[in-house]
Design a protein around this ligand. Structure first.
Ligand code: OTU
Length: 719
């Protein structure tokens, strides 16, 4: 459909090949953390002998004027390439016009691009070439934008916060596990619409992957090839176009930190290509031993150490996660340019959101744990510059699962526009376990009262383990022992604690890590209740799910529904992964069940539960999207309710004021009228239970049933 957008961009590839000349001596100090041989490889591949005499720039010598000059040269070069191409006259005119738009947008970003690239690569003697290559990649990628997406870009340039709205509801699924093929995915649009979903994230199993354990798709062998069992890239583009027609923005993963060991870059590296070897960290035993002592094992039960021996190169390769996932080396600017090229490829297929996987790891520095290094935000800012120049209709989501103070620097208008609110799942399940919302309230007060321009993606469960990530300073201030609280979570939700309603498995065998695998349904008690065939337990489990969903739908940001985990229907754990040798060592498969679309294998009671959970969730999404303008991004104020078990907060914007009450206890909880009247809640409608029915008189307070939540809108507020 868009012939020019498929395959590597010839203009960019040309310039990359062009610059492979003899290395200059490297006088830089930045990047000294990189082992010498790698450094030499980088230099060899970046330097251009043709332009060496004009490129001896150091960090301070390169000025805005130089970047302007490079922009002019780049545009001039692209202009003559377009004029000399075989395209039709009308295509040429369209491209030349768009080149002007790209030039204009680039001018506005030069300052930012300069400062971020200087921070990353400013000490390189070939900095000017680096700058040019990266800017050229952005503009060339933008030139391949199909018309439909250029229109979208225009609209969103005028409305850059389009996603910060109560209408935003994201869902995520594995195509293979949900409906097997892209053809079938088209037929699922009704499901998405009934849940008012307007962003759909397709998990990375959509891509070509290595056979065997590919970390649930997070070892990607090619960002440009769809797994043939699922479909083709042409089909994916068509599905994206059709989703867009239904008001759904498609989203994809990009493992910015690594590729699989079978990606063409890795294959070339294995075959001895020095340029591609410079894309990764290939090290001798002595070199890797300089890094290893400071590094943490992410999956200690699955694999120890961060390096894997590669026999083709007789080197150790850096593999933070599994041995099939080769970490990329962003100390090499060619990696940044190459990844930008992949991002633009996906953007030009119609992906409107890219989820950046494992963001905290993308910058490595010797002597550190190589997590959350200072260069990470500079890399994200650089990608953001690209987005603003070449694809302003697209946004990024940061995947960093940690304490708020660590992950906040990655989320914002100039970084990743969205970020996982990684601490919220912990706090929700923690509050439910303790039947006490005090710690949750404290966390919301500290981190969500001032939105600081960030838009969070809120969720109870995702495809990974439930992790005890919370603000350790806040825990200390609140007299909470971090380790004990994490252990309690793990014990309770794995079902080990006496009286627990939950069923799950520890993800890491050390309970102090506080990590548990389980579906939302099993965590909330559905599995146990169904086993006991106990109607009261079933009701409680279903109500717990509704409670957590109501909070996720009403706090600032975008709610995320994990469809493959069956969040929409209280799906229970799937133990079949234990029979699969590629999966049995990774309990996260417990909560990634195959979806049996027609409910054939379920018994009547289970279907009843699924129906109820689905109806409740669909209702919440409908009310949020249609009736709750105050629920987009924006402010929240946590308020007292007189009850530790009842969370209270106000959401307010110029159109609406709402008081949210959520009872985390299994007992009814009366709320004194004074906690309501001080926020002018004297007479209000609860949008959840009765929507447009009669207003509630709050003069004498109100009672919440076990696990009940309310979205109270005062009647004076005509919404
Ligand atoms: C992500 O998660 C993905 O969500 C996982 O499914 C992948 O296995 C992994 O990356 C590797 O691609 O450690 O347990 O803060 O927490 O990136 C989940 C970053 C993970 C990490 C996160 C990672």
């Amino acid at each position: 459909m868009y012939p020019n957008s498929v395959g590597y961009n010839p203009i960019v590839q040309h310039s990359i090949l062009d610059s492979d000349k003899t290395p200059e001596k490297d006088h830089s100090t930045s990047g000294a953390e990189c082992s010498t041989p790698l450094r030499e490889i980088e230099m060899m591949t970046m330097s251009s002998s043709a332009s060496v005499s004009q490129t001896r720039f150091t960090r301070n010598e390169f000025q805005l004027g130089d970047s302007k000059q490079i922009l002019k040269e780049t545009v001039g070069q692209l202009e003559s390439e377009i004029r000399n191409s075989n395209s039709s006259a009308s295509e040429k005119t369209e491209k030349l016009e768009h080149l002007k738009v790209l030039e204009h947008r680039s001018s506005g970003q030069l300052q930012r691009l300069t400062s971020n690239l200087k921070a990353l690569y400013g000490d390189r003697h070939d900095f000017k070439d680096v700058f040019k290559r990266i800017l050229q990649t952005f503009i060339a990628g933008g030139l391949e934008r199909p018309s439909e997406l250029k229109e979208l870009d225009k609209q969103r340039e005028n409305n850059p916060n389009w996603f910060a709205s109560n209408k935003s509801i994201e869902a995520t699924l594995y195509v293979d596990r949900h409906c097997k093929t892209l053809d079938n995915l088209e037929k699922e649009i009704n499901l998405f619409k009934s849940l008012n979903v307007n962003i759909l994230h397709l998990m990375p199993t959509i891509y070509k992957l290595p056979a065997g354990d590919n970390d649930g798709g997070y070892a990607i062998s090619d960002f440009r090839t769809v797994d043939p069992d699922i479909g083709t890239m042409d089909q994916l583009r068509d599905v994206f176009t059709s989703m867009r027609k239904h008001g759904i923005s498609p989203a994809m993963d990009v493992t910015v930190n690594h590729t699989s060991h079978e990606h063409p870059w890795a294959e070339a590296a294995k075959a001895g290509d020095p340029e591609k070897q410079g894309f990764y960290f290939l090290m001798s035993e002595a070199e890797k031993n300089e890094y290893q002592p400071n590094l943490i094992d992410v999956f200690p039960d699955i694999r120890k150490g961060s390096f894997t021996w590669n026999k083709d190169t007789s080197k150790f390769v850096w593999t933070t996660f599994k041995s099939s996932q080769w970490d990329l080396n962003y100390n090499n600017p060619k990696v940044l340019a190459a990844m930008a090229n992949e991002l633009m490829f996906l953007a030009n297929q119609g992906a409107e959101m890219l989820r950046f996987d494992a963001v905290p790891l993308i910058s490595k520095k010797k002597g550190t744990n190589c997590l959350y290094q200072e260069n990470v935000p500079h890399i994200l800012q650089t990608f953001n510059v690209m987005q603003k120049i070449a694809a302003p209709g697209m946004i990024f989501k940061s995947e960093a699962i940690d304490e708020p103070k660590l992950i906040k620097p990655y989320v914002g208008h100039d970084l990743c526009q969205l970020g996982y609110n990684a601490t919220l799942p912990f706090h929700l399940w923690d509050a439910l376990k303790h039947q006490d919302s005090t710690f949750l309230s404290a966390a919301l007060t500290k981190h969500m009262q001032t939105p600081e321009g960030r838009v969070w993606v809120n969720y109870t469960r995702c495809h990974d383990e439930l992790a005890a990530k919370f603000d350790s300073d806040l825990a200390k201030e609140s007299g909470i022992d971090r380790r004990q609280r994490s252990e309690e979570l793990a014990h309770f939700y794995s079902g080990a604690t006496e009286g627990s309603f939950s069923k799950g498995k520890l993800f890491l065998s050390n309970p102090a890590s506080g990590t548990v695998s389980a579906t939302q349904g099993s965590l909330a008690g559905v599995e146990q209740a169904l086993q006991n065939k106990d109607p009261q337990q079933i009701e409680a489990a279903v109500n717990r799910i509704k409670l957590l969903n109501s909070v996720v739908m009403s706090v600032p940001g975008i709610p995320l529904i994990n469809l493959t985990g069956g969040d929409d229907r209280g799906q229970i754990n799937d133990y079949s992964y234990l029979q699969d040798s590629d999966k049995k060592h990774d309990s996260r498969w417990l909560h990634r069940p195959m979806r049996d679309i027609d409910f054939k294998q379920k018994d009547a009671l289970e279907v009843q539960v699924m129906d109820k959970v689905f109806t409740d969730l669909a209702e919440l999404t409908r009310i949020r999207a249609q009736d709750m303008p105050a629920f987009g991004a924006g402010l929240m104020q946590v308020v007292g309710t007189g009850k530790n078990s009842v969370l209270g907060f106000i959401r307010e914007n110029d159109q609406q004021k709402v008081m949210v009450l959520a009872n985390f206890s299994d007992k009814p909880q009366p709320i004194d009228s004074k906690y309501l009247s001080r926020h002018n809640m004297v007479s209000a409608i609860d949008k959840i239970s009765q929507e447009d029915a009669q207003a509630l008189n709050l003069d004498t307070g109100i009672e919440l049933a076990p696990y009940q939540s309310m979205w109270l809108v005062p009647v004076e507020n005509k919404t």
